[in-house]
Design a protein around this ligand. Structure first.
Ligand SMILES: [Zn+2]
Length: 74
């Protein structure tokens, strides 16, 4: 990836969705998403992905990761 996000808070979206942000940052990001459409969109997309990951059996994910050729990108 050669492009950098214009919104530095968008980098927090993944950690926010995973519940990995410290409480203060979680609250700050939540307030930010109320006014930032880009971050709202990022949270929606990432939530869909994490929901799917929760549905997938852990063994299937580990097998897929093990079989995937190193360095392959979609
Ligand atoms: Zn934003």
């Amino acid at each position: 990836m050669s492009s950098t996000p214009r919104d530095p808070l968008m980098l927090d979206a993944a950690a926010y969705v995973l519940g990995a942000l410290p409480a203060a940052e979680h609250k700050r990001f939540e307030q930010h998403t109320e006014v930032c459409r880009s971050c709202q969109h990022a949270v929606c997309e990432l939530s869909a992905v994490t929901d799917l990951l929760r549905l997938a059996p852990r063994e299937a994910i580990m097998a897929w990761l093990a079989e995937r050729p190193a360095g392959s990108e979609p």
